[in-house]
Design a protein around this ligand. Structure first.
Ligand code: GLP
Length: 264
């Protein structure tokens, strides 16, 4: 796991966006895994700016979102499909047919989960997966106790996650307690994974993910098994790490090595 610590949330977004811009530039037909939540919004804004400046095209890109609330239609303002339209897709040149979000309003959600896995396979698998981090260590909606090899399926949300996400719903509005999410196994199959976490509310989950045991109690700890996972943190999210100086040292060594090899 590569641990990158940046000064603040803006620098985290910039670092994450640079990885996506490089990926799309080098491989215009990239298959991207995308995430919702507040954390990726600033990264999406950077991608939109790069597109508007003529530096980036999404015309051949395919995307698969991590998760969706079960029971919300695409047009619902709290659905993750709606979020992606507002925060990214409506502002770039992506073909709408190439954007996939799990079917939250499917009449047969169990089949929809299997179809989603097949759809990812048919696209050739995910090249680069973006992740946020729940306060309880969830990735996508893989809540604690999720199988570490799980595939796309229906998951029950914890009370904590429902409370965390209540801020997006009006007081009298129906808030789903079930979701469709890529599994941890699905996420681990991505060729590269970039997880962003900012703020002190994520510090405990960040510590468990990086320094804790590999455990279904912290689903994000499964990234310890990934060959190419990059975790980008701000100072606040990194504040509970025991070995913070070592991670900074590794990054310095990495940068020097890349420069020496002419690959910086
Ligand atoms: C939701 C999403 C996750 C996301 C998490 C954190 O539960 N399903 O994919 O990582 O929220 O969101 P935020 O970035 O707003 O803290």
């Amino acid at each position: 796991m590569q641990v990158v610590i940046k000064a603040d949330a803006a620098a985290v977004a910039e670092y994450g966006a640079a990885i996506f811009i490089k990926q799309i530039t080098q491989q215009p037909k990239s298959v991207l895994g995308l995430a919702t939540g507040s954390t990726p919004v600033a990264l999406y804004q950077q991608l939109i700016s790069a597109y508007q400046a003529g530096k980036l095209s999404f015309s051949q890109v395919k995307t698969f979102n991590l998760d969706e609330y079960l029971g919300l239609a695409a047009e619902h303002p709290q659905s993750y499909r709606y979020f992606m339209q507002q925060q990214l897709f409506n502002h770039i040149d992506i073909n709408p047919d190439n954007t996939a979000v799990p079917a939250g309003s499917a009449t047969d959600p169990l089949t929809a989960c299997q179809d989603y896995e097949q759809h990812i396979l048919d696209a050739g698998g995910i090249d680069l997966q973006l992740l946020g981090l729940g306060r309880n260590g969830h990735i996508g909606f893989n809540e604690p106790s999720s199988g570490l090899r799980s595939r796309t399926r229906i998951k029950t949300l914890t009370k904590e996650t429902i409370a965390d996400n209540a801020r997006f719903f009006k007081a009298d509005e129906y808030q789903p307690h079930l979701s469709i999410t890529m599994g941890i196994g699905t996420i681990l199959d991505a060729r590269k994974v970039v997880l962003l976490a900012t703020g002190t509310s994520k510090a405990a989950a960040v510590k468990a993910m990086i320094e804790g045991p590999l455990s279904a109690s912290c689903p994000a700890s499964a990234l310890q098994l990934h060959q190419h996972a990059v975790v980008v943190l701000d100072e606040a999210a990194a504040s509970e790490l025991n070995d913070i100086e070592f991670y900074r040292h590794i990054e310095q060594e990495n940068q020097m090595l890349l420069q020496r090899l002419g690959r910086a």
